[in-house]
Design a protein around this ligand. Structure first.
Ligand SMILES: Cc1ncc(COP(=O)(O)O)c(C=O)c1O
Length: 461
């Protein structure tokens, strides 16, 4: 149970429709895994029992969101659902201008093309796969300025998403502020294990960047989960609502890219939001090339309506407390079994430290990829790798070797029950019991971009 609250984290909703799941045998899973080249992204979802691949686009929408879907205004231009979405983004997050995109990376593409010039450096609080790739494709280079604690899975610092201001200052001194078009700040840092940034750190960043005339662009994909951790952990925020904290976070940034498939409880959608008219004007023009007209950005009217309603639901204190409460419940179960996980437990999933779980497998033999495959084999629970495969290669072709080699047990919002969490922890526990017998993998097919999605592997003997 979450130590910060006395009442259990029970959900503020009940079920009115269920989706039936297929149970598989061990032999079926073995075959499915081989066919998928030991990559959980290549499994068919019908072969999966509990799907923790991602929390992206996998949430259960509410009856209100479904009702909103029925009210889609599918006009090519000027759909009223767009104006509703625009109003919600302005009111809840406080950004001035909004452009819908089909999902987060659509917004990243447009923003990177507008703000980044060849040779620029983009500092950020740990990379995210698609974000960094768009920065690189636009001619820039990402530089990690997250605090060192974030790279240590056992360090229990409560705000491991914080940026290290000294690292940023050194970079500004070395490169000059003109070479830094913006700093890329994620709330609830995904690759660090869903770790929050503190308001104090964000305020200090604001002061420093303002001094140098550098923008802060906010990856606000999981801003509500970050706000919840601030409420629970940061002095002065205990009596503020998640809604108030979310707005304050956004107020220290100049714009944002949003994958609404996470926090905002929709199956598809995202947006780019900015405060700067010039950037907005350029983005509004560019979105026509890559996504669609600026009043739909690759989405149907009904998708924008579901997003507008989902954003409102995402900042409810009761919702977010149950959402994070469920993740913490699973994490604490795993800790009780002695499984090495990233601490503190993150907002959107439990991240198992594969280097600790399979210490005999070197990073070049893909311990996290291996562990994700073993968990699936054991129980049909699908997780994903967040380690050397996800990190990919540098522009000179060398592999990145991230310090964190993790398996992400990502919890979709409002989808699974407490009993499902028990089954997941039991499965991880069972695999842990015979961990020393597990052998690594070798990569036999590697796509050029974002290799973790489609790479194929074979078992080492
Ligand atoms: C932190 C973060 N940023 C950006 C994205 C990209 O969003 P999308 O998958 O909607 O393109 C994701 C999604 O996985 C994410 O977790």
């Amino acid at each position: 149970m979450n130590k910060h609250i006395k009442r259990s984290w029970a959900e503020p909703y009940k079920m009115k429709m269920v989706e039936l799941l297929k149970m598989t045998t061990s032999a079926q899973r073995k075959k499915a895994l081989q066919q998928a080249g030991y990559n959980t992204f290549l499994l068919r979802s019908e072969d999966v029992y509990i799907d923790l691949l991602t929390d992206s686009g996998t949430s259960a929408m509410s009856d209100r969101q479904w009702a909103g879907m029925m009210m889609g205004d599918e006009a090519y231009a000027g759909s009223w659902n767009f104006y509703h979405l625009e109003e919600v983004v302005k009111n809840i997050y406080g950004y001035k201008y909004v452009i819908p995109t089909h999902q987060g990376r659509g917004a990243e593409n447009i923003l990177s093309k507008i703000l980044i010039k060849k040779g620029d450096v983009i500092p950020g609080n740990m990379y995210f796969t698609t974000t960094r790739l768009h920065q690189e494709l636009a001619g820039g280079r990402f530089e990690d300025i997250i605090i060192d604690e974030a790279h240590d899975p056992d360090n229990e610092f409560p705000f491991k998403g914080n940026a290290d201001l000294n690292k940023l200052q050194r970079l500004i001194k070395k490169k000059g502020a003109k070479k830094i078009p913006y700093i890329s700040i994620a709330t609830s840092v995904n690759m660090a294990g869903g770790q929050p940034i503190s308001m104090k750190n964000l305020k200090e960043l604001r002061v420093l960047t303002q001094k140098h005339g550098i923008r802060i662009i906010h990856d606000m994909t999981r801003v509500a989960e970050n706000a919840y951790f601030i409420q629970q952990r940061e002095k002065g925020y205990q009596n503020k609502s998640v809604k108030e904290i979310v707005k304050e976070i956004c107020s220290y940034t100049d714009g944002a890219t949003m994958s609404a498939k996470k926090d905002a409880l929709v199956n598809i959608g995202g947006f780019l939001a900015v405060n700067d008219w010039d950037v907005f004007e350029e983005a509004r023009n560019m979105v026509v090339v890559y996504e669609g007209l600026h009043t739909y950005g690759g989405l149907a009217g009904r998708d924008m309506e579901a997003m507008a309603i989902g954003i409102g639901e995402s900042i409810s204190d009761d919702h977010i407390r149950a959402r994070v409460g469920q993740v913490i419940y699973l994490g604490e179960k795993m800790l009780d079994l002695g499984i090495p996980i990233v601490k503190p437990i993150g907002g959107h999933g439990v991240f198992v430290n594969a280097k600790g779980f399979l210490p005999h497998i070197p990073q070049n033999d893909f311990p996290a990829q291996t562990l994700a495959a073993e968990i699936y084999l054991d129980s049909g629970v699908r997780t994903m790798e967040r380690g050397i495969v996800s990190a990919g290669r540098k522009s000179n072709g060398e592999n990145y070797y991230p310090k964190l080699e993790l398996v992400r047990f990502t919890i979709p919002r409002r989808v699974y029950t407490q009993a499902h969490m028990d089954v997941i922890a039991e499965s991880a526990g069972r695999v842990y019991e015979h961990c020393e017998k597990i052998k690594g993998l070798k990569m036999v097919y590697e796509p050029k971009y974002l290799r973790f999605f489609q790479a194929r592997f074979e078992k080492l003997n």
